[in-house]
Every structure is written in structure tokens, then in C-alpha cells.
Design a protein around this ligand. Structure first.
Ligand SMILES: [Zn+2]
Length: 278
């Protein structure tokens, strides 16, 4: 069975603030830097983990993480020769742009296939366009018009400087209502604390899906006993090399061991993401 990992962090770690890097530099991830040495090294890593295609997650978070808007150019160029397997994911942070609409156009023109919004690390709420940050709507509108999905990080973060008042996925309800054609992914499905909210949003809105990255697959059915009911809206993802994720392959094995019906596995591992990204 083919694997489409919709949530793999292929990011320029050289940009990351030292205090954050200490958390990421887990000894079990000795290979995480080697994987980034070249696109070919990344492809070898995918092969070793039986991953056919992967979304290479990047986002702009200058104050919490150290990532500037240059991550967009970096990932666009890193994936250029291998877009069939490596899908570049970028970001626009309207708190750090004079013209978020122009920056969104520029980023999408680079060939970025999905926009990542990380509220606890970007320090605004997904629905901030309704009051303090009207320019955020420009980002969503451009993505909606071009058919580019937007992935929201949901759930808490323990990185220094992260603001967990933005961890709750419920404000995405506004986005799903106001941008009904925008394809929305709730990364980490609310990650435990907000799992029920994420599940509710996926059931309520035709344009909302979840990814299961960042949740130990072994525990997935404990937190989402009705996962199979929404299997048409569940994307596979591992969040590698996040702390605790040993290898993408191990996550696949753990998910397989849950014994879900084969059609459910196929949808989650491949079909839903393939339909979304073409
Ligand atoms: Zn992630």
C-alpha cells in the first residue's frame, strides 16, 4: 500500500533559534540533519520509510521559531526537481508582512502547494481577520481562489514562547464558514486536549479534514474511537522529526496494528491526500 505523508517537517533547521533547537535535537533523530543535506538524501529517507509522497512542512514564525519568509524560497528550491514526490508547504505571516495579499501571491507563484498556519507559533488566531488582523482574510481568499489547501496547526505546543491560547481549533469554524471552498486541514486533530473539537469540525464542515500526525498511532482509537466514520476526511502524517516520533515507518506499523478495515487504511494512507493534491 502506498503512503502519502501529509505532515513531514523538511525545514531549514539552520534558521531555528538555539533554545528551540535544543528541544528538537533529540538523540533518536541523529539522521534528521543528514536527511536535509540534499533533496536526494530526503528521497532516500522517503524510500527507506516506504513513503511515496510527502508534504514538506514550513511556516513563517520569526519570533518563536526563527523561521522568516525565506523558508518559502528555501523549500521551493529544495523540492524543485522532485515535485512529484516532495510537495513544498509554505506560509505567510500577516503580522510580519505589509502586504499579505502580495506575499501570498508571490509564495503561491513559487509553486507552494499548501499554506501552513501555526497559531501558537505565529501568535494570532485563525479567525483574527474578524477583528484585529483583517489582512489574514487575503491569505485565505487567495488560497481559496487557487484551490490551495490551508493546514492549521491545532493543539498545544511546549516550545519556549509558544502561546497556547491559540491552540484550540474552534476559531477555524469561522474560517470554514467564511471560506466555504477553502480546503482546510486540522493538523494533529486537536492533539488530545481538543480532539473532540477537531472531530466535530471535520463532521460539520464539508471543507474540513484532519491529519493524525503527532498522535501516537497506538493511542489513536482511544482518542478517536469513531475515526473510521470520518475516514474520508483523515490524512496520514507523522510530524517527523518531532520529539517522540522515532521513524515514519514505525508509525505506519503501529497504525496497521490497529486492524482497521483495509479500505479505511487506503483512504488514510493514500487516497484522501492524493485526491487533495492531485
Ligand atoms: Zn508539525
Amino acid at each position: 500500500m502506498q503512503i502519502f505523508d501529509a505532515h513531514l517537517h523538511i525545514q531549514p533547521w539552520s534558521m531555528v533559534r538555539p533554545d528551540v533547537l535544543r528541544l528538537i535535537d533529540d538523540p533518536s533523530h541523529a539522521d534528521s540533519r543528514a536527511v536535509l543535506e540534499s533533496p536526494e538524501a530526503t528521497l532516500r529517507f522517503l524510500d527507506a520509510n516506504d513513503i511515496e509522497r510527502a508534504c514538506c512542512i514550513n511556516y513563517v514564525s520569526p519570533d518563536v521559531m526563527g523561521f522568516t519568509r525565506d523558508v518559502n524560497d528555501w523549500i521551493a528550491s529544495f523540492t524543485r526537481e522532485h515535485r512529484d514526490r516532495l510537495l513544498p508547504v509554505g506560509s505567510v505571516n500577516p503580522l510580519h508582512e505589509r502586504q499579505p495579499a502580495d506575499e501570498t501571491k508571490r509564495v503561491l507563484d513559487l509553486g507552494i502547494r499548501m499554506i501552513k498556519i501555526h497559531p501558537p507559533h505565529q501568535l494570532f488566531s485563525p479567525n483574527a481577520y474578524r477583528d484585529s488582523l483583517p489582512q489574514l482574510a487575503d491569505v485565505y481568499r487567495e488560497c481559496e481562489e487557487r484551490g490551495v489547501p490551508v493546514m492549521f496547526h491545532t493543539g498545544t505546543s511546549v516550545f519556549p514562547g509558544a502561546r497556547n491560547m491559540y491552540a484550540d481549533p474552534m476559531p477555524v469554524d469561522d474560517v470554514a464558514v467564511d471560506f466555504p471552498k477553502l480546503r482546510i486541514i486540522l493538523a494533529h486533530a486537536g492533539r488530545l486536549l481538543y480532539g473532540e473539537t477537531a472531530f466535530f469540525l471535520a463532521r460539520r464542515h464539508p471543507n474540513v479534514s484532519i491529519d493524525v500526525s503527532g498522535i501516537p498511532p497506538k493511542s489513536l482509537l482511544r482518542y478517536f474511537p469513531r475515526l473510521a466514520d470520518i475516514s474520508a476526511k483523515v490524512l496520514w502524517g507523522t510530524d517527523w522529526p518531532a520529539p517522540g516520533v522515532v521513524s515514519p515507518r514505525k508509525n505506519v506499523e503501529e497504525f496497521r496494528a490497529l486492524g482497521l478495515p483495509v479500505d479505511v487504511q487506503c483512504r488514510v494512507w493514500w487516497e484522501n491526500a492524493a485526491a487533495m493534491f492531485g
